[in-house]
Design a protein around this ligand. Structure first.
Ligand SMILES: [Zn+2]
Length: 312
């Protein structure tokens, strides 16, 4: 996972153990709907998985998937115009800073209330303890630092900082259910104020370029037999790189070829038929958490089936 290129923005946090994978898995599986499976739930879980894998369809990904619809060259962030519009920039944009501070202040307050209501161990220093964990440090000037645990939150990963509090103060029986309730409220604010707000600004910008949902839907059909788009003069010349020269070995392999083989030879069937794959060709998803860690994906699936059949 540390060598996964898509996760390079959080490489250090992975190495330092700043992410609680058990709680993250709980969150990715979390279902607040009345039914065990639905289109809405599938969309919600798919969206969380894209965000934590840094493959949410930000402009750079859309530009790659629909090169004839988007302007060529690097496209700047719609909000600050100071950085390339990609997954890494979400949360680090200085336009997100004030929202993140407000969300963290509110979350620290809600967490304190939740613990006081659900434990006998809450005491006068609890407020101070919560305020002092680095997740709730809002003293940063300008943009959120990439090393701040809040950056993990933005990308739907659960910071260990937060779970330490739950592990210390909430008994095991109540822990996951209280955590899910608290985290759902917190993540709803993050989705509304960061992701959805941002997406609507991107949509407005796209409409000025006549980029519509329909054009994306019929893109492949429309451009299938046409010549490839002109090369991007601003892009680096990849032809100079020896890795771009296809040799007979590449021609001989399948699209889902991987060095060293697969943990599960049928994994590609699940991925090609998965409804998580909305925003591009399935092969673009090869380098994310789920694909590189088939075991994690199986855990997620098994856990989901457990919920369906209520086997405990
Ligand atoms: Zn920005």
């Amino acid at each position: 996972m540390v060598n996964n290129k898509a996760l390079s923005p959080i490489k250090q946090q992975i190495i330092d153990g700043d992410i609680d994978w058990t709680f993250t898995k709980e969150w990715l599986n979390f279902n607040d709907q009345d039914v065990p499976c639905s289109a809405k739930l599938s969309k919600q879980q798919g969206s969380r998985i894209k965000k934590c894998n840094f493959i949410y369809p930000t402009i750079d990904i859309q530009q790659r998937n629909y090169p004839r619809l988007y302007p060529i060259g690097s496209i700047s962030c719609i909000e600050c115009a100071n950085a390339h519009d990609d997954n890494t920039h979400v949360g680090l944009c200085k336009e997100h800073s004030i929202h993140i501070k407000n969300i963290l202040i509110r979350a620290a307050h809600d967490l304190h209330d939740l613990i006081m209501k659900n434990t006998k161990d809450g005491n006068s220093i609890l407020e101070e303890t919560i305020k002092n964990i680095s997740l709730f440090n809002t003293s940063f000037v300008d943009a959120l630092p990439q090393s701040h645990p809040g950056y993990l939150l933005i990308h739907h990963l659960v910071p260990s900082d937060l779970t330490k509090i739950f592990n210390t103060y909430i008994n095991k029986k109540l822990r996951f259910s209280l955590f899910s309730k608290f985290f759902l409220t917190l993540m709803s604010s993050i989705d509304a104020l960061i992701w959805t707000r941002r997406a609507s600004l991107v949509k407005q910008w796209e409409s000025t370029l006549s980029i519509t949902k329909n054009k994306k839907r019929f893109y492949r059909k429309r451009h299938k037999k046409r010549t490839p788009p002109p090369p991007d003069p601003g892009a680096p010349d990849h032809n100079l790189s020896p890795s771009r020269h296809y040799n007979s070995r590449h021609f001989a392999t399948t699209p889902y070829y991987r060095d060293g083989g697969f943990n599960d030879n049928f994994a590609h069937i699940r991925w090609m038929t998965s409804n998580y794959l909305h925003s591009g060709h399935w092969t673009t998803y090869r380098d994310n958490i789920g694909f590189n860690n088939i075991d994690l994906f199986l855990i997620l699936q098994n856990s989901f089936l457990k919920n369906v059949f209520d086997i405990r």
